[in-house]
Design a protein around this ligand. Structure first.
Ligand SMILES: [Zn+2]
Length: 129
């Protein structure tokens, strides 16, 4: 049994897939974050947009999300630290020229109307602890 793209010990069909398909709500900010990573892997741009807090969606450009999801080959997700509203993670991927890269982000999530949403994040060098 293959484990989910997000690195959990559950299969994709029981882990991130139901969240991406809307059959289940993410139980925590970390779960939502994991499902968004898996959505990058499978290229589900609709879900990537739908899981962003509606008030933050104005700033995003769909074509950029498509480009970012599809031009990279997503390798693995590493959760560094997760609490109720924030998740720090490293997403490992290979860029279009084949170089291994790490996207290091500390994301903030909001719980609204029974669902978790991605709000925003700080990236790489801007993360301080
Ligand atoms: Zn998963």
């Amino acid at each position: 049994m293959k484990s989910c793209f997000c690195g959990s010990d559950q299969p994709f069909s029981k882990c991130c897939s139901p969240v991406i398909k809307g059959a289940a709500n993410a139980a925590s900010a970390e779960k939502l974050m994991r499902s968004r990573y898996s959505a990058y892997v499978v290229g589900d741009v609709d879900y990537l947009i739908a899981s962003i807090l509606s008030s933050e969606r104005h700033s995003l450009i769909r074509s950029e999300i498509v480009e970012w999801a599809k031009s990279n080959s997503w390798k693995s997700l590493e959760i560094i630290k997760a609490d109720t509203f924030t998740v720090e993670f490293k997403a490992h991927f290979r860029d279009r020229s084949g170089r291994l890269q790490v996207h290091h982000e500390k994301s903030t999530f909001v719980y609204e109307a029974g669902n978790w949403f991605y709000k925003d994040g700080v990236f790489n060098d801007d993360i301080s602890n």
